[in-house]
Every structure is written in C-alpha cells, then in structure tokens.
Design a protein around this ligand. Structure first.
Ligand code: ADP
Length: 574
C-alpha cells in the first residue's frame, strides 16, 4: 500500500510559506539563540579549565571557576530550553488555528479531496511538527556559532593540525546531505502513516456496530493491523536512519581521533606542537564535533519537519472561498430561483447538464429522479456550495458567483440527509446558526412544530440534555426532528428538504411537512422525495434523468410530458 499522497506536489516554497501564515514568537527564539551562544562561550571556558587541569595547573582559582562555570551552564541551558519550549507551544497553538481556519474557508470541492479524518489528523498530529523547523533554525544559529568558534580556537591553538582536520569537511557535508534526505522521506512516511491510521480507525470505530452486524471483526482486525503495520514500518525506517546517522557520526568522530593521533604525534616529534598538544587539540576537537553533531541534528529536524508537514502544506495550498466577497444581496419582491443552461461536474464528468428552469417565488417544487440523477447536487448548487462550470443561477435578482455567498446561504433552511448535530445541549443544537436572540418559548414552539418537544421533555434534563458527539445518543428520527426544529427557528425565504422523510415514519413526516408548508406559506419550498402524495401535491415538479431536465412543470403538465412521472403515478395506483 502506497500511503504517500502524490496528488499534489508540495515543495520547499510551500513549506516556507506556511511560516508566513502566523506570528512567530521571534523574541523567545532570539533569546534562546542568544542563550545558546552564551552557553557555547561558557563551554569553551570550561574546556580551557579542563586543559589547564590536564596540564597540572591545579590552582584554587581554576577549580572554583570550573565549578561556577558548570553551574552557570546548567542555569543557561535551562533558560534556553524554557524559551524554546514556550515558543514551540505558541507555534503549535497558532498553526493549529491556521489549519482550522483554512479548513473552514476551503472551497467544498477542495474539501472533497481530503478525508475528514485526514484533516483532523492535520490539526491534531501534524501540527505538532510545525515548531521544530523554527526552533531548530534558532538552535542551529547557536550551534553554528559554537562550531565556528571551536574551529577558530583549534586553528589559533595549532594551525597545522586544524588544516589536517579540514580535509574531513567533505565527509561531514556528505553526511549532512544523506541524513537530511532520509529524514525528510522518513518523517513524510511517518505522518502519512499516522493520517492513514487516523482515517482507518475513526471510520471503523464509528461503524463498529455495523462491522459486528456483518460479522467482519476478524477481517477488520487484519485491516487494522495493516494500518498499524504501516506506521511500524515507518518507525523502523526511522530507527534505521538513526543507525545511519549515529554510525556516520561515530565514523567521523573516530576519523578525527585517528587524524589527531597520526598527525599530532608527527607534529610533536617535529617539535611543531607541545607535548600535551594532542590532549589539548582533542579537547577542542571534541567541541568541534559536538557542535557539528548538533548542527547535523538540527538540519535533520528541519528536513524532517518539512516531510511531516507535507499534508498540512497540501491543506494550506487548497483554494479558498471568501463568503463575504461580492455584491450586496438584493432583497426585492422578485425572488424566483432561475437556472439558465447550468452545467456542473465534480470531476471532468458532468453530473448536471444544460439545466434550465424558473421556479416562481412562493411555490413548492418537488425534484424527482433516480439515484445519482443530480437532485442533491442541484440543491448544493443553488446555495453556492459548488460553482457551476457554465450557465447562471439566480436567487431572486442575485447571481451566484457575483453576490456575497454568506448572504445567499442565509436565505436557505436546508434539511440534509445526514443530520448534523454537535456535542452540546439539545437547546444549543436547536439554536445553532440562529443569528438573533431567541427566547425559550420560541425554542419550545419550534420543537413542537418539529414533533420534538415530547421526546425532549421525556429526557431527565429536557432541553439541557447533553448530546454526545454527532448526537449519537439520539435515534435517527430524533436527530431529524431536531434538524427541523433548528430550521423552524430561523426565518428564511427558501426551505430545502433533501429526502427529509428518511428516518421518520410516514405519519410523523407528513405532520412535519404540513408544519413546513404552514411556516413557509408564501415562501419557497423545494424538496427531494419519493412519496407520490407529496410530489403530486407540489406546485411544480422537476424530473431529472442523468443530470438533464426530462420535464419541468405542474403535476398536470407532467402527466403529459414525463414518462418518469407517469411511472411514479402508475406505481401509486397499482
Ligand atoms: P441524487 O441526489 O440524485 O441521488 P447526487 O446529486 O447526490 O444524486 O449525485 C449526482 C452524481 O454526482 C452521482 O453520480 C454521484 O456519484 C456524484 N457525486 C455526488 N457528490 C459527489 C462528490 N462530492 N464528489 C464526486 N462525485 C459526487
């Protein structure tokens, strides 16, 4: 299974671009860098003390300095780490905000390209890597300073031995390059595996009852192991990388020791270096190696976080919509819905073909057609969830694509097939999206209209009953009634019902539907339904076949013009 997403390439520019989207706490990182440099200075002073002690200069002054410098180094490094940690958590906080904001502003056609659990994983998991690149860059500054200074001290101590050491630099560069590449690949794989796991488990945990009903437990256990195994493989690759890095570093370390022994002893024999020179050079060389290894780790971290943030950068690259952009919504008496030669496809394939009709305001419209004929898509198009490929859609005098989307969407009450409930009280769920202040009486009235008041009152806490995630402690029918209550509370010009009778017994649905008609008297109601009584009762009927309008007109007109409609009616009569 290839879990790396190759759909859209994200590169280094996108990675950098991510860091322009939120405020980086520069002060904290600059302070951490400065403390890192101070820390490096202290370690050099400690190294000097060590060299003096090695030479046998065991004076009190040196011993006391050694102790104090060590204590100071602990204090400095603690402060440095605290600044870095604080900065890191600020970045994680802000980057999560940026991703969440982005998801809510993405065009729906872009959201369709992601799995919901993958988006969740972007906010919860991947975002944790956002701070690594920044903190590593600032740590890198201190490490690079330490490295430069250590090289300089070694050079000042003995320029000949340091020249021998310089010949090892190409090897160090090779190690940097190799480890950076591997780290980016590995982290990308690890985070792709985390995404896959999140998608798999959230999908299957929420469907666990269905898995049991289908007796699929054993097969799903294997599938779950496969998802876990992907993560395991990525982790093992990471372990392998650690081995490569540690081995390369230890080879480098050993080479420096060998170089020091071979060339240092030659210099001592030639009288070009003092007797304790090898020991002193070794102490300085240790610092060179230490800062080189730190720089390597930080470089590795930067490349790694670029890999880990691949999916986040894909999310941030997605096209956005600005619902507040466009012309003001015109509220006039003319509120017809007009489709004019509208064509639309989610992909290259058209699912709405050359659709034209005018629905006069204040009428009811039944959209009829087989599964997949495009009924729901029409409802989504009129609310501007997707842009038509061609043609125009007008809500009253307002053309979609020109008018502010938020204003267009505010005109509609929309009952969808899978009702959306959120964690929170019943009351909070009913008033969700209501822009005005509402009284408890209004809420109860809306619930009564939706046939929900009775079951709400049967709960111990009534309207304050807490719904679990997605309202899972309610039955499908109860969720549907709450959706209706929510819609009744608002005062919209257009009421859309997409198979709203699903989950309701036909008597209840008929009662609620009567309430809709009463509430919407003089306004527009559009519904997708399969109940012939309701279809025949509508003012207009639109018959869709394969995304095309087979017929549009009153029920009487359609008896003559639409075979699909005639079939519906004759089925009723059977
Ligand atoms: P209906 O409501 O008539 O059953 P829809 O409007 O839901 O049909 O779907 C029309 C066609 O568009 C179907 O072929 C369906 O597979 C496709 N479709 C619906 N939603 C999407 C989507 N988000 N992405 C891609 N194709 C989709």
């Amino acid at each position: 299974m290839n879990i790396l997403n190759k759909k859209q390439k994200v590169g280094f520019k996108d990675f950098l671009n991510f860091y322009t989207k939120f405020r980086i706490p520069w002060g904290l990182y600059i302070m951490a860098s400065a403390l890192g440099i101070v820390y490096a200075e202290i370690t050099f002073k400690i190294a000097n003390c060590t060299i003096q002690v090695n030479k046998g200069e065991l004076y009190n002054k040196i011993i006391i300095s050694y102790v104090l410098l060590n204590l100071l180094s602990v204090a400095i490094v603690t402060m440095k780490n605290q600044s870095l940690n604080y900065g890191d958590y600020k970045i994680i906080l802000r980057s999560r905000g940026v991703i969440w904001n982005k998801i809510l502003h993405m065009k729906i056609k872009e959201i369709d390209n992601f799995s919901p659990a993958g988006l969740v994983s972007g906010i919860t998991n991947d975002s944790e890597q956002a701070c690594i690149a920044v903190s590593s860059i600032f740590e890198f500054v201190a490490s690079a300073y330490g490295f430069g200074k250590a090289c300089w001290i070694l050079y000042s101590y003995n320029s000949i031995i340091s020249k021998y050491m310089i010949t090892l630099i190409p090897f160090a560069i090779f190690v940097f390059w190799l480890v950076g590449h591997l780290q980016q690949y590995t982290q990308r794989r690890i985070y792709a595996a985390i995404n896959q796991m999140t998608i798999f488990f959230s999908e299957h945990v929420s469907a666990v009852k269905y898995v049991k009903a289908q007796a699929m437990e054993e097969i799903e256990i294997q599938e779950g192991f496969r998802a876990i195994d992907e993560r395991y493989k990525a982790d093992i690759l990471n372990v392998f990388l650690e081995v490569v890095m540690t081995s390369a570093y230890s080879v480098f370390n050993n080479l420096t020791t060998i170089f020091l022994c071979v060339f240092g002893s030659r210099l001592v024999r030639n009288g070009q270096m003092e007797l304790t020179g090898i020991n002193s050079s070794s102490t300085y060389m240790e610092k060179v190696n230490l800062y080189l290894s730190e720089s390597l780790t930080q470089y590795q971290n930067i490349r790694g976080s670029q890999g880990a943030l691949t999916e986040v950068n894909r999310i941030l690259k997605a096209e956005e919509e600005d619902p507040s952009e466009g012309e003001e919504y015109i509220t006039s008496k003319k509120k017809d819905i007009v489709f004019d030669k509208v064509e639309f496809g989610y992909t290259n394939q058209l699912v709405i073909k050359n659709v034209s009709f005018t629905l006069p305001y204040g009428k009811t419209l039944a959209i009829v057609g087989n599964n997949g004929s495009g009924k729901t898509t029409l409802m989504k198009l009129m609310q501007g969830f997707y842009e038509a490929n061609s043609g125009t859609i007008k809500i009253g005098e307002n053309e979609l694509g020109k008018t502010k989307l938020e204003d267009i969407r505010k005109q509609f009450s929309y009952i969808i097939q899978n009702d959306c409930m959120f964690s929170g009280s019943v009351k909070e769920n009913i008033i969700y999206g209501c822009e005005r202040e509402v009284t408890d009486e209004e809420i109860v009235k809306a619930a009564k209209r939706a046939g929900a008041h009775e079951f709400i009152m049967s709960f111990e806490n009534g309207y304050n009953t807490i719904l679990r995630e997605s309202g899972m402690n309610l039955s499908g029918g109860q969720r549907k009634r709450l959706s209706f209550a929510r819609a009744f509370l608002s005062d919209k010009d257009y009421f859309l019902l997409d198979e709203a009778g699903a989950n309701l017994d036909s008597k209840t649905y008929s009662e609620i539907y009567e309430s809709v008609k009463e509430k919407m008297r003089g306004k527009t109601v559009i519904f997708i339904a399969h109940e012939i009584e309701k279809i025949m009762d509508a003012d207009y009927i639109l018959v869709l076949t394969g995304g095309e309008v087979e017929a549009f007109g009153t029920p009487d007109e359609l008896i003559k013009s639409s075979k699909t409609y005639r079939d519906y009616v004759s089925r009723l009569k059977e």
